[in-house]
Design a protein around this ligand. Structure first.
Ligand code: NI
Length: 180
């Protein structure tokens, strides 16, 4: 259990496609240790989610949770979720723009198109199936985290680069929460 450094944009491993977590290693010491480090690191950085590649482990494992988060004030709450080997299925063709940040791109925000509603499937840490259809910020967070597993960072999806900038300029009230 440890807070690990967050890997930042520019590091080649963030742009790799991560490998699936091995099916025979659910409920293992290795997976529980990885998830414990991911959770400690996410909480320490006030993240809404974290993907394993962000602590240098290129496996298809993400976690997310939104409570009263100073980096995302007023957003709907999302229960703490462990999602291993996820599959996403959009349930609409529409894309909706909204603001995102990323612990691997500190101090910045961008306007990113995402599916407003989608189904996600995968497994929890014990190998139990997860199958949810969600919308809003929950859907956005899942898409952002799963993008990390495919080597995609949110700036790569921004359509209008004038809507990508420093948090202290775009959202001065958030700036002191977002520069670690
Ligand atoms: Ni991110």
């Amino acid at each position: 259990m440890a807070i690990r450094p967050i890997v930042k944009m520019g590091t080649p491993s963030l742009f790799e496609v991560s490998v699936p977590w091995p099916e025979d290693k659910f409920d293992s010491t290795e997976l529980h240790a990885l998830l414990s480090d991911m959770k400690d690191s996410m909480i320490a950085a006030s993240g809404a989610g974290l993907a394993a590649p962000q602590i240098g482990e290129n496996f298809r494992v993400v976690i997310f949770e939104v409570g009263d988060n100073p980096r995302y004030p007023g957003r709907e709450h999302i229960p703490f979720t462990v999602l291993v080997n996820p599959q996403l299925t959009p349930v609409t063709d529409e894309l909706v723009d909204d603001w995102e940040g990323c612990l691997s791109v500190p101090g910045m925000r961008g306007l990113v198109p995402r599916f407003p509603r989608l189904r996600y499937q995968g497994f929890d840490q014990f190998g139990g199936p997860i199958d949810r259809t969600v919308g809003g910020f929950h859907a956005r967070v899942v898409q952002h985290e799963v993008d990390h597993l495919d080597g995609i960072l949110y700036p790569m999806r921004i359509r209008d680069m004038s809507k990508f900038g420093f948090t202290e300029v775009l959202f001065p009230d958030l700036a002191d929460t977002d520069d670690d």
